[in-house]
Design a protein around this ligand. Structure first.
Ligand code: AMP
Length: 190
């Protein structure tokens, strides 16, 4: 099995690309953001815990997120691998992921990053907010908080994966099909 981390800032197009890549490579797509939103909608305990953080544009605490991710992986061992979207977002999450995957005889195969300029992305998110129904997409202050969280807590992962020779950056500007092609060029190597 392979385990691909789809990496990028909010609005970079991870979710859009994951929809294509999961079909193409028969992967289980795990978007931690989607799992949180599902739990919030269904008013579960997990959803109640996560909601206040998400609504402010802050990251949900690691312990909550890591437990949830493990649970999602264990439920879905039936495909050719995993496509992680929006996870890991902190060094602690990346380390927990390594330890966990090792315990089930897997490892992170590669991290593929979608690169794009911040201002382009903020505009994209505001545009998406008109239809996504996501409160965290509609308010520029919350979007800026998400970027601050990214810069402070998530950006250090680039070095983390570069140090392991697992970091592949792809230009995230272009048509959806072009970007799928760029990502596929990396994933097909494994
Ligand atoms: P996303 O859909 O990936 O943009 O995630 C939306 C929100 O869910 C984020 O702004 C965080 O509040 C929360 N979230 C998603 N994934 C994680 C994660 N790996 N760690 C902490 N919080 C997360």
């Amino acid at each position: 099995m392979i385990a691909i981390v789809l990496f990028g800032k909010p609005g970079a197009g991870k979710g859009t690309q994951a929809e294509f890549l999961k079909e193409k490579y028969n992967l289980t797509h795990i978007s931690t953001g989607d799992v949180f939103r599902f739990n919030i909608k269904n008013e579960t305990e997990l959803g109640k815990k996560a909601q206040e953080f998400i609504n402010k544009g802050e990251l949900v605490p690691d312990s909550i997120t890591i437990d949830m991710l493990k649970n999602e992986v264990e439920k879905n061992m039936d495909k050719a691998g995993f496509l992680f979207d929006g996870f890991p977002r902190t060094i602690a999450q990346a380390e927990a992921l390594d330890t966990f995957l090792q315990s089930i005889n897997l490892k992170v195969t590669a991290t593929v990053a979608l690169e794009a300029d911040d201002e382009v992305l903020v505009q994209r998110i505001l545009e998406r907010g008109k239809t996504s129904g996501r409160a965290d997409d509609q308010d520029e202050t919350k979007i800026r908080t998400r970027y601050e969280e990214y810069n402070e807590k998530t950006a250090p992962l680039i070095e983390y994966y570069k140090n392991q020779d697992k970091y592949y950056a792809v230009n995230g500007i272009g048509s959806i099909a072009e970007i799928t092609e760029r990502l596929s060029e990396v994933i097909s190597r494994f």
